[in-house]
Design a protein around this ligand. Structure first.
Ligand SMILES: [Zn+2]
Length: 160
């Protein structure tokens, strides 16, 4: 799999779309790390494994949640696909910051303002990483993770 970067995003007009291209199948997936727009192209095979068409999907981006778990090495970039996910991501990030699950220096939540056609920072500060591994995800990360770790921390406190 080859990775081409940077790439122009038709939604937010930034050169921050990430392309994953599979030269064997011709399938590709584009995710914008600024606005969260997604585009996917996939060959459809019949039961015998022969090409019988393709599936092409475009999903508007509603924002991006970017963070690193405290003690973790990779960064997570989660594109948000619905207005509900944006609301959930904000609650998740506030909770994760409060429970010190994520690094406050690098965490941010940005949303796509469809009326003004621009990106608005909801929480934190958007940083541009020059190095480091980024894990790309779709949707809000395991919503319970922050709550669970907080709960286990609380359990540890009560055990002491
Ligand atoms: Zn974009």
């Amino acid at each position: 799999m080859c990775i081409f970067q940077p790439n122009h995003c038709p939604q937010c007009a930034c050169n921050s779309a990430h392309v994953e291209y599979d030269s064997r199948t011709g399938n590709y997936r584009i995710t914008c790390s600024r606005c969260g727009r997604r585009e996917g192209h996939e060959s459809v095979l019949d039961v015998d494994g022969f090409y019988c068409g393709f599936r092409h999907e475009v999903g508007q981006g509603f924002g991006v949640l970017f963070f690193r778990y405290i003690g973790g090495h990779e960064f997570y970039s989660c594109c948000l696909n619905t207005p509900t996910q944006l609301v959930e991501a904000e609650a998740w990030l506030r909770d994760a910051l409060r429970s010190e699950t994520v690094d406050p220096e690098t965490a941010s939540l940005t949303k796509w303002d469809d009326e003004d056609r621009c990106i608005v920072v909801v929480l934190g500060e958007r940083i541009d990483l020059l190095a480091g591994r980024i894990v790309r995800r779709s949707g809000v990360p395991g919503r319970c993770r922050a709550l669970q770790s907080r709960r286990s921390q609380a359990d540890q406190r009560t055990m002491r």
